[in-house]
Design a protein around this ligand. Sequence first.
Ligand SMILES: Cc1cc2nc3c(=O)[nH]c(=O)nc-3n(C[C@H](O)[C@H](O)[C@H](O)COP(=O)(O)O)c2cc1C
Length: 245
Amino acid sequence: MNSFSPDDTAAHVSPAALRALIESRRAVRRFTAEPVPEAVIRDCLELATLAPNSCNLQPWSFQVIRDAELLARLHPVCMSQNAAKAPLIIAVLARPDTWRQACRDIITFWPEPEVPARVRDFYARTAPFQYNQGPLGLLGFFKRQLLRIVALRKPLMRKPNSRADMRIWAVKSTALAAQNLMLAFQSHGFATCPMEGFDEVRLRRVLDLPRAAIPIMLLAVGHQGDKDVYNPRLRFPLEQQVTWL
Ligand SMILES: Cc1cc2nc3c(=O)[nH]c(=O)nc-3n(C[C@H](O)[C@H](O)[C@H](O)COP(=O)(O)O)c2cc1C
């Protein structure tokens, strides 16, 4: 599926180019009706999935919505906001439920002829121990008690050890993918608006989302229209948000 090569890690983007790309992205609320080419969408989704993610288990999925009728049904679900009139909406879903299959997929898709023993071992034993919270999260409860005792002697990773932890676990990695996705569209000359202004119950129904999937945002994508950005850029002073230790 992907055309990634390990050599790509050597590529260098100048700080000025990266700054220009990041600075040029704004939350755009008005789009023209011009469709986004499929090749662009595919490229951006590939870049989204290059985001760093926990244990490489890639706990995300995406629904690409271009169908006019479905988009029209989504508009009221998104509180009829302007951004939701975009010609393309991508539902970015965190998937705390896919880790088991992902452990198998790592072995299946390993990019070398031989899967190293440490990799096999990690995805056969360590990862399942870490991520399996058992029915009703009961295993997670027992793991938390066990960890409290063992951690008296040495530092241990305490999370994820509940079903709530698993949701945060998946959302963290998926949010990074969402940011990659926005910047990728930006690099192709398309504007985006991340939206959490939607009725989740109705969204689940309209998109028939898997029960465990967490829609972290709907990403509106398209060409910028008129009066597209509502406000000037505003960020709080860095000193207010950063502690130097
Ligand atoms: C998780 C998330 C949810 C957001 N939801 C909405 C939304 O529903 N509607 C909207 O118009 N903008 C939404 N935004 C856009 C923010 O309002 C915007 O990013 C912020 O005001 C900063 O502006 P900038 O992105 O242009 O720098 C959302 C942004 C994020 C990250």
